[in-house]
Design a protein around this ligand. Structure first.
Ligand code: NAD
Length: 497
């Protein structure tokens, strides 16, 4: 870092990264020796050369995971011991909070305040929660006749391939590996090529916590190389994928083309937030709408990118919303005061700028932003952007932009708002704001989404499932429901003489 103005810049200058894969408990170069450059979106600096894993490295990692699964070095360990390992793993994340937060910020561009306070905590909490669940979840005995006993048990599925995106690298990895490890599986984790560094550190910390070698392997690399090889591998029993709907469709095909591995997908979104004229607290609705679409630079699968406002309050809503926009101005991600950081890379920046151009050319009215920012930094920043007069058939209302771009649509009747809200191929999350309890329930029931919020947007908890309807995917992360993804249901009939 050139700028030495904050303690975080000094720490960043001292930080070094090991970009090698983690296979069978050892840090190793890619078998072919290939690497790719890991570039920081903060300032365009090269952070590390990272192992460019391909099918050969995936074969090695799956073999290590299979060996670890077959000799039951992890699955066969007493549940209370496995629990202690995962809880220690969680503690180690917190003990390395500054290093992990800084790595995450440098690698994907989010503000250090968010990485430090939210991402590290949430990832550690995920590991701890599933660790604690290990010796608290019981199996079942079916109510059969006296002549037999039928046990219904959950067994680990075996080798789990986890493929994760770049927007919450540590958290998305922990949503996969925590329930997969808690249920006794071995894992091969393929982080995004855009943000591989914290996943590699997680692998090391897991070993330090006492996870046996080979149980968690981390292979960085490109999606069409390492990712595809993992999804096609004949000895992977389950693929847990978080990413775009486009690649999610391929993952389902790879599962079908290979060994019909269980394929779980957590995909994109185009989530609606509906504000009715009878909203009890307009300021709170404004804060939620603006804060949620601009959080994490708009790079959140559940970002409320379509805002439906009842016509009679739209002008007032927009006046208050525009007054909030400066609070989300992009700044230096290493400054603890910064609320919005950098987009993950130049490709994503160009994608967002193309969508903004599409909004303008298709006739939406640009109210705020619409331009690149902080060009001199060498990083990839865009202004928080709001479009008014959007129609539901415009590109910016239909496609996931994955950037800080809000589309505002007006409605006169809540049934019309629900119809427009549901007129999307996605179904991840939705929200309705009203003081009328009947309307709230009816709209919540009518919205086709995995999560519906009433008079709030971003409440979440590890105890509550997260996932989508329609093309937002078929899986649920978080909560005890996630354990179903990583286990086979076995019934054992015992004859009683
Ligand atoms: P992406 O689909 O491009 O990549 C996701 C992962 O898949 C990466 O690790 C990538 O290397 C890998 N990949 C790419 N092509 C592959 C292939 N052919 N075979 C196997 N693996 C392949 O998505 P992204 O740009 O990294 O992430 C953004 C997307 O993730 C958005 O659509 C966002 O909504 C979604 N997302 C969803 C959730 C959720 O829980 N539903 C959470 C976070 C992000």
């Amino acid at each position: 870092m050139n700028d030495q103005t904050t303690p975080w810049h000094r720490k960043a200058a001292e930080l070094t990264f090991d970009g090698r894969a983690l296979i069978g408990g050892k840090r190793v170069d890619a078998i072919d020796g290939a690497t790719f450059a890991c570039i920081s979106p903060v300032d365009g600096r090269r952070l590390a050369d990272v192992a460019r894993g391909n099918d050969k490295d995936i074969v090695a990692a799956v073999a290590a995971a299979r060996a670890a699964f077959e000799d039951r070095r992890w699955a066969g360990m007493a549940p209370a011991r496995r629990k202690r390992v995962l809880i220690r793993f969680a503690e180690l994340l917190l003990e390395h909070r500054d290093e992990l937060a800084l790595t995450e910020t440098l690698d994907m561009g989010k503000p250090i305040a968010a990485s430090r306070a939210t991402d590290v905590n949430a990832a550690a909490n995920t590991l701890r929660w599933y660790g604690e669940a290990i010796d608290k979840v019981y199996d079942e005995i079916a109510p059969t006749a006296d002549t037999s006993l039928a046990l219904i048990t959950r067994e680990p599925v075996g080798v789990v391939g986890a493929i994760v995106p770049w927007n919450y690298p540590m958290l998305m990895a922990s949503w996969k590996i925590a329930p997969a490890l808690a249920t006794g599986n071995s894992v091969v984790l393929k982080p995004s090529e855009k943000s591989p560094l914290t996943a590699l550190r997680l692998g090391e910390l897991a070993l330090e916590a006492g996870l046996p070698e080979g149980v968690l392997n981390v292979v960085p690399g490109y999606g069409h190389e390492a990712g595809q090889a993992l999804a096609l591998h004949m000895d992977v029993d389950c693929i847990a994928f978080t990413g775009s709907t486009r690649v999610g469709k391929q993952i389902m095909q790879f599962a079908g083309q290979s060994n019909l591995k269980r394929a779980w997908t957590e995909l994109g979104g185009k989530s609606p937030l509906i504000v009715c004229a009878d909203v009890a607290n307009l300021d709170r609705a404004v804060d939620a709408a603006i804060g949620s679409i601009f959080y994490n630079q708009g790079e959140s699968c559940n970002a409320p990118s379509r805002l439906f406002v009842e016509s009679s309050i739209k002008n007032e809503f927009l006046k208050r919303a525009l007054a909030k926009v400066p609070e989300h101005a992009p700044g230096d991600p290493l400054d603890p005061q910064t609320a919005m950081g950098a987009l993950v890379d130049d490709t994503q920046l160009q994608t967002v700028l193309r969508y903004i151009d599409a909004g303008v050319s298709e006739g939406a009215k640009l109210l705020a932003g619409g331009e690149r920012a902080r060009v001199d930094s060498g990083g990839f920043y865009v202004l928080p952007t709001i479009f008014d007069n959007v129609r539901n058939d415009m590109t910016i209302a239909r496609e996931e932009i994955f950037g800080p771009v809000l589309s505002v649509l007006a409605f006169d009747d809540v049934a019309e708002a629900v119809r427009m809200a549901n007129a999307t191929s996605y179904g991840l999350q939705a929200s309705v704001w009203t003081r009328d309890i009947n309307k709230a329930h009816k709209v919540a029931r009518a919205l086709r989404a995995g999560t519906v919020h009433v008079n709030q947007y971003d409440e979440d908890d590890i105890t509550v499932p997260f996932g989508g309807y329609k093309q937002s995917g078929n899986g649920r992360d978080k909560s005890l429901h996630a354990l179903d993804k990583y286990t086979e249901l076995k019934t054992t009939w015992i004859r009683l003489e």
